[in-house]
Design a protein around this ligand. Structure first.
Ligand SMILES: NC(=O)c1ccc[n+]([C@@H]2O[C@H](COP(=O)([O-])OP(=O)(O)OC[C@H]3O[C@@H](n4cnc5c(N)ncnc54)[C@H](O)[C@@H]3O)[C@@H](O)[C@H]2O)c1
Length: 441
């Protein structure tokens, strides 16, 4: 019997998981459970009461079984969850782990719930102002609705633009939350390689088992809003997000705003999904950007021993270059490397910025797909935001808000998500037309 939710303890974040398929059952739910007691799985939602996956090595649990295992109620839709007066209003955050094409519908329903809560609080505040005939000193707080959105943010540019306008959610690009990525971002945004002039990125994965099997429908079939489906949406989204994250999208002056894309693709024989891609991206600031990738690397990351993906991102500027490349199952195969043109001394020497840095491992670390532990950096950033806003809300009910609680931890990946969606969508359009395709900004 599922536990009836009780009023949460201070700082406990109540999280709903939307979509209880392969990834949610194998990664998100165990990670959330490992974060107890500061995190409570408050609800599980799936349109199918018996989720199935062609990717799982053993059958997935039914919603009823998940409910028992994690001690929470389950629902068949977001509406059912949000309209349950006992549970809907108590949710601090939601993880969207439904199939790519449904991220927009689920994400906007959650964002709307957040707006509704804010408006209700503003309404109460205004009413109290009216009664008291003077402004209140303390704001009436509402419970925030934080979101951890699975990648890709969505598969339509119009939807991505609307989500970007609504702002403020974390996208589960785990590579972007590695400590090494933060070091790379710091190097670029503090201008250590000067004005960037060229970017070269590639990602090759052992993934034909995924993209050439028609049973893996969500990874290989198009929905009406998609111009194609396969390796670009499924994998290149990771390397594009890493690149725009390191470029500081959303936090500093815009770099490498894409305006036009030319792309060649080849497709898997049994599914027609794209599996090899080569693209040239034209950018507003004149940066030349080349991006490629293939699923044709032999093996599987889930084999024993696992075969890793080969990833490479290189950025060249007027004062130096930044390189990050390696096999993502073998950290020792690569490392973050910086080369700088120091005035009067252009000797091409390498520096390794993570080498002696406290708390940052020197090596190649990209996606974090460890099913054990408390989750990747993206989940931790999301949970920190949920805990902070939950704590502030609980304190506001008790009449005392500790202003030292940092709410700026709410991360906003929506511009990184938009750039990723714009480029991948243009790659599919270009592959269909055989011509360079424009991106509207
Ligand atoms: N970050 C990563 O490294 C990573 C890795 C794997 C998968 N993913 C992403 O996770 C997402 C899910 O992948 P998966 O392999 O678990 O898929 P899946 O098909 O196994 O699971 C998706 C589940 O969502 C449910 N669903 C679909 N639409 C829904 C809706 N509107 N409301 C409620 N439930 C709905 C389906 O019934 C299904 O059970 C995808 O977007 C995928 O790209 C990310």
């Amino acid at each position: 019997m599922a536990e009836t939710p009780t009023r949460e303890a201070q700082g406990e974040a109540r999280i709903a998981v939307i979509g209880a398929g392969w990834w949610a059952q194998g990664w998100h739910l165990p990670h959330l459970a490992a974060n107890a007691p500061s995190v409570k799985i408050a609800a599980i939602v799936d349109a199918n009461s018996n989720p199935v996956s062609t990717l799982a090595s053993s059958p997935l649990l039914s919603l009823e079984e998940l409910s028992q295992k994690y001690g929470c109620p389950h629902y068949k839709s977001m509406d059912d969850l949000l309209s349950d007066p006992e549970v809907g209003p108590t949710i601090d955050g939601a993880i969207v782990a439904t199939s790519h094409a449904s991220h927009y519908a689920v994400g906007t329903a959650l964002l709307r719930e957040g707006i509704h809560r804010r408006k209700m609080a503003e309404g109460i505040e205004k009413e109290e102002e009216g009664v008291n005939k003077k402004p209140r000193h303390a704001q009436v707080l509402h419970r925030n609705m934080s979101i951890l959105m699975e990648k890709p943010m969505t598969t339509s540019v119009d939807e991505a633009k609307k989500l970007w306008e609504m702002r403020a959610f974390v996208i589960n690009h785990t590579a972007s939350y590695r400590p090494q990525t933060k070091v790379a971002q710091q190097i670029i945004t503090t201008n250590q390689i000067g004005r960037i002039r060229h970017i070269s990125a590639s990602m090759n994965g052992p993934l034909m088992w995924l993209f050439d099997d028609p049973k893996n429908e969500a990874w290989v079939s198009k929905t009406p809003s998609m111009n194609g489906n396969g390796y670009a949406w499924g994998q290149l989204a990771h390397v594009l997000a890493w690149t725009y994250n390191v470029l500081g999208a959303g936090s500093t002056e815009e770099v490498a705003t894409p305006t036009k894309v030319y792309c060649n693709m080849s497709h898997a024989p049994n599914t027609g999904a794209d599996v090899s891609l080569a693209a040239v991206i034209t950018c507003k600031d004149g940066i030349t950007f080349s991006l490629d990738g293939t699923a044709l690397l032999p093996g599987s990351q889930y084999a024993d021993p696992p075969i890793g993906k080969h990833i490479r991102v290189e950025m060249f500027g007027t004062k130096g270059s930044l390189m990050y490349k390696g096999d993502d199952k073998k950290p020792e195969t690569g490392r973050l490397e910086l080369r700088r043109v120091v005035e009067g001394k252009d000797d091409g020497k390498s520096e390794y910025p993570c080498e002696n840095m406290k708390g940052v491992d020197d090596g190649f670390y990209f996606e974090d797909g460890d099913p054990l532990g408390t989750g990747p950096g993206s989940m931790n950033a999301f949970l920190d935001a949920c805990r902070a806003s939950s704590q502030r809300f609980e304190q506001s009910l008790a009449g005392h808000i500790d202003e030292s609680i940092d709410e700026t931890s709410v991360v906003n990946d929506s511009l990184v998500g938009l750039r990723t969606v714009q480029i991948i969508d243009a790659m599919y359009r270009s592959s269909l037309s055989g011509l360079p395709e424009l991106i509207e900004n």
